[in-house]
Design a protein around this ligand. Structure first.
Ligand code: FAD
Length: 310
C-alpha cells in the first residue's frame, strides 16, 4: 500500500505528490492527464514568477517535475470509487475504472473541475480564441474590446463587474427573467456605465472568421426572436462541475459537489484530504491549486506521523 495516494495530476495533484515525495513518503499518483485543465488554455500570464507561458508547456513542466521524484505514477487511469478505512489510521481503498484496487493510508483528492459549457455551435471551435471561462485568467486579453458574459448568477455578475474595468463594453446574457446574483452585486452592476443586461436571452451560436470569435447569436426565450451581437469574446459563467462523483456517500461535499475542506485541506473523513478546484477553496486558479496541493501534502504527512503503524 501507499502512504499517500494522490488522485489527479493537475497543478494541485502534482504539487501534492512532489511535497509528499520530498518527505520520503511512499507516494502514488493517479495521473489520468498531466496538467489537467491547464492543457485547455493557451496563454497563461498569472503564474507568478513566470511572466508568460502556455498550457502545454506548463503541463509538460509539471510532469517533468513530478518525474524527477520518487513517485509511483499510475498513468491513464480514472478513480471510480472510494472506500474509506473502517477505522482511523486504517487503509483507504480506491477502485479504478479498470477494476483494479489501490490501497493507501492517506488519500489526496485533486480531481479538479470543469466549467459547464453552453453546448452551442462554435463554442468548441473558438475555445481560447474568444470563448473563455475564467475572467481572472483571460480578462486582460480583451482589454478595450467588447465582450459578453453568459450567466446572471453570482459568478456571471462578478465576472461582468470585473471585466467592465478592463474591456470596452460588457453585455450580460441571462436566460432567466431576472438576474439571480446577490442584490449588492446587482446594484454594483447597474451602476456601471459600460454594462448592458439582456434578460430571457438564450445564447444559440458563437461565430468567428475561422481564426477567432467575431460575434454571437442569441434568441429571446419568450418571443423566439433571433439577434446578433458583435463581440470579441464571451465569458461562460453558468456553473462549475467538480469531478467528485466517484466520492458519493463518503466525504461531505457542497451543494455543487465540491469536497468540503478545512484550513488544513482535511475532508470530513480522517486521512482523506482535498486540494484545488475539486474542493470548496475559493477562487479556482493555478497558483492557488498548487498552494493547496502543497498544503494538503503537509497535512497528510502530519496525519501519517500521528497515526504511524509500527
Ligand atoms: P485540474 O487542473 O482540473 O486537474 C484535475 C486532474 O484530475 C485532471 O487531470 C483530470 O483529468 C483528473 N481527474 C478527474 N477526475 C478523475 C478521476 N475520477 N480519477 C483520476 N483523475 C481524475 N488558471 C490560472 O491561474 N491562470 C490561467 O490563465 C487559467 N486559464 C484557464 C483557462 C481555461 C480554458 C480553463 C478551463 C482554466 C484556466 N485556469 C487558469 C484555471 C486552472 O486551470 C485551474 O484552476 C487549475 O488547473 C486547477 O488545478 P487542479 O489540479 O485543482 O485541477
Amino acid at each position: 500500500p501507499f502512504d499517500t495516494l494522490v488522485i489527479g495530476s493537475g497543478p494541485a495533484g502534482c504539487a501534492a505528490a512532489i511535497y509528499t515525495a520530498r518527505k520520503g513518503v511512499r507516494t502514488g499518483l493517479l495521473a489520468e492527464r498531466f496538467g489537467g485543465q491547464v492543457n485547455d488554455t493557451s496563454g497563461i500570464e498569472n503564474f507568478i514568477s513566470i511572466p508568460e507561458t502556455d498550457g502545454p508547456t506548463l503541463a509538460r513542466n509539471l510532469e517533468q517535475h513530478v518525474r524527477s521524484y520518487d513517485v509511483r505514477i499510475i498513468a491513464g487511469q480514472l478513480a471510480a470509487k472510494l472506500i474509506p478505512a473502517e477505522k482511523e489510521g486504517g487503509l483507504h481503498e480506491v477502485v479504478l475504472a479498470s477494476g483494479a484496487h489501490l490501497k493507501a493510508r492517506t488519500i489526496i483528492v485533486a480531481t479538479g473541475a470543469r466549467w459547464r459549457q453552453l453546448g452551442v455551435p462554435g463554442e468548441e471551435e473558438y475555445r481560447s480564441r474568444g470563448v473563455a471561462y475564467c475572467p481572472h485568467c483571460d480578462g486582460p486579453f480583451f482589454k478595450g474590446r467588447p465582450v459578453a458574459v453568459a450567466g446572471g448568477g453570482n459568478s456571471g455578475v462578478e465576472a461582468a463587474i470585473d471585466l467592465a474595468g478592463v474591456v470596452s463594453h460588457v453585455t450580460v446574457l441571462q436566460y432567466d427573467p431576472q438576474l439571480t446574483a446577490d442584490e449588492v452585486l446587482q446594484e454594483k452592476l447597474h451602476s456601471l456605465p459600460n454594462v448592458d443586461v439582456v434578460l430571457n436571452a438564450r445564447t444559440t451560436e458563437i461565430q468567428g472568421d475561422g481564426k477567432k470569435m467575431t460575434g454571437l447569436s442569441w434568441q429571446g426565450v419568450k418571443d423566439g426572436e433571433n439577434h446578433e451581437l458583435k463581440v470579441d469574446g464571451i465569458f461562460v459563467q453558468i456553473g462549475l462541475l467538480p469531478n467528485t462523483d466517484w466520492l458519493k456517500g463518503t466525504v461531505e461535499t457542497s451543494r455543487i459537489g465540491e469536497v468540503v475542506i478545512d484550513e488544513r485541506c482535511r475532508s470530513t473523513v480522517p486521512g482523506i484530504f482535498g486540494a484545488g478546484d475539486a474542493t470548496t477553496v475559493p477562487y479556482k486558479q493555478i497558483v492557488i491549486a498548487e498552494g493547496e496541493g502543497a498544503k494538503a501534502a503537509l497535512s497528510a504527512f502530519d496525519y501519517l506521523i500521528r497515526n504511524s503503524v509500527a
